[in-house]
Design a protein around this ligand. Structure first.
Ligand SMILES: Cc1ncc(COP(=O)(O)O)c(C=O)c1O
Length: 484
């Protein structure tokens, strides 16, 4: 291909040879990325000025050779993006991903599948119905009456679930409504409630108890008090795997309370839901099957690449109730009631074909592999805890739960104030991220600055965890030497 090709290509077309050449190059790049990943660092460190210097340019009037554009993107853009699928990316909720789903996304984009209406893509709609049914079954929700849809992520799933709850319980009359959840709940819930028009007076964010769970008796008292004051308690949002510590609220008890009070029970299982694949996880998540709606995020612990979140509901008619519109320009494509139009289940009309990656990866690897991966991750977190407990300088702040553990360095025999300990742990986290060898940021639990590890990557080896802890300890000793 000619460099600086000055021809106008108004059809935006390439020859078959060019498409193959570029396509093969892209696949080669991806395969090298997967091969090289463990040897590379997971952290992206470029600042705004250096990125501007590298990438800022006027909108190009004249096109370039596509291979040189790809080379530029590889070198300057992709190399400056953190790898959340890296085995030593321990922060946020990482996204271990898998190659089959990467290819599925490429196919879905390449065929430009419109996943909004049955008539546009019956194949895609059927796969979304099927995969949603798989998930409904996995979480113990009724498959016949239940429903759901794939969205961009957990934030959109929480927003969608709460919009459905608002309509189903309140008929959108929110003036006196009250919603309850713990202070460990993900911020996307706060944001969703703001977007849906709820005000401060409609929201009770309860301080969590010593197990970082929603305090049940306080919840009951608040509901009682609010009812006596003429309010309308309408929803409890329970966590099934908090972002901070992987903690699961008492789901069965919350479900009983919600049934008694005719309230909606939403479970945010964005991160923790996948634990249902393991026997231990099933017992920890017991009661989730009683929820009215569940958020699950396959781009977290179901090993899918971004973006794919999912909302599940006990009755698919609730989705229609909240979102169905009937504009004149879509009347001809309504179809029969079995032929699902996902544009009537949520906010998006035009939707990409997210279900394909979930479908192809489960069909390729088999659910058994996913179960084993989740079991491995949970065991890795437990092994990390045992290892830390062998060393008197480490303090466990929240034990391995699902696959998250929080701890801090607290040098044995050295009397440091809480403020000094916070500073020390912040410093060693900053040092390891600056070094780039691992990505491990802090959070705050019980007013303490702690190191948080989320171990949901099945390609993380014990060696990755052990070396990271050793490096953290060596940094801690350096900082302490400086203090003396
Ligand atoms: C418990 C929980 N809920 C919701 C979200 C938001 O999900 P997303 O980032 O996919 O929008 C997260 C993200 O980490 C989460 O951990």
């Amino acid at each position: 291909m000619e460099k600086n090709n000055k021809e106008v290509n108004y059809k935006l077309e390439l020859s078959s040879e060019q498409m193959r050449e570029i396509g093969y190059k892209a696949i080669d790049l991806l395969v090298s990325h997967y091969e090289e990943l463990p040897k590379e660092t997971p952290v992206a460190k470029a600042d705004r000025a250096s990125m501007d210097w590298l990438l800022n340019e006027p909108m190009p009037e004249i096109g370039e050779d596509p291979l040189s554009v790809m080379e530029h993107v590889e070198k300057n853009v992709l190399k400056n993006c953190a790898s959340l699928n890296h085995p030593r990316f321990f922060s946020f909720v990482p996204s271990p991903s898998n190659f089959i789903s990467v290819i599925a996304d490429t196919l879905a984009t390449g065929f430009n599948v419109f996943s909004g209406a049955w008539v546009s893509s019956p194949g895609a709609a059927e796969i979304e119905i099927l995969t949603i049914n798989w998930l409904l079954k996995l979480f113990g929700l009724p498959v016949r009456e239940g429903g759901g849809l794939f969205l961009s992520g957990g934030s959109m799933a929480n927003l969608t679930a709460l919009a459905v709850a608002r309509k189903a319980i309140l008929n959108n009359e929110i003036e006196n409504a009250v919603v309850y959840y713990s202070d460990q709940t993900h911020s996307s819930v706060d944001r969703a409630l703001i977007v849906l028009g709820f005000k401060k007076k409609n929201i009770k964010r309860l301080s969590s108890n010593t197990n970082l769970q929603i305090p049940l008796s306080l919840l009951q008292e608040e509901i009682k008090k609010d009812k006596e004051n003429g309010k309308k308690p309408f929803c409890v949002i329970a966590n099934a795997g908090t972002t901070n510590a992987g903690v699961v609220d008492p789901l069965s008890k919350i479900a009983i309370l919600c049934r008694q009070e005719k309230m909606w029970m939403h479970v945010d299982a964005a991160y923790g839901g996948a634990a249902i694949l393991s026997e231990k996880g099933q017992s920890i998540l017991s009661g989730i099957e009683l929820a009215d709606s569940i958020t699950v995020d396959p781009h977290k612990w179901f090993y899918q690449p971004y973006e794919i979140g999912c909302v599940l509901v006990r009755n698919y008619e609730w989705l229609y109730g909240a979102f169905k519109m009937n504009p004149e320009y879509l009347k001809d494509i309504q179809g029969s009631s079995e032929e699902v139009n996902f544009y009537d289940h949520g906010v998006q009309l035009t939707r990409r074909f997210r279900a394909l990656k979930f479908y192809m990866s489960v069909k390729t690897f088999g659910l058994k592999s996913f179960r084993e991966a989740v079991r491995y991750n949970m065991q890795l977190a437990e092994k990390t805890q045992s290892y830390l407990q062998e060393n008197a300088n480490w303090e466990i702040i929240s034990p391995a739960t699902l696959a998250i553990i929080n701890f801090r360095y607290k040098p044995n025999g050295l009397s440091l104030s809480e403020e000094e300990l916070n500073k020390l742990n912040q410093q060693i986290s900053t040092m390891i991220n600056e070094n780039g060898n691992a990505m491990l940021v802090t959070t705050i639990l019980f007013q303490k600055k702690v190191l948080r590890m989320c171990l949901i990557n099945p390609r993380t080896l014990w060696e990755d965890v052990k070396t990271t802890i050793e490096v953290l300890e060596s940094y801690a000793n350096k900082v302490i030497l400086g203090l003396k």
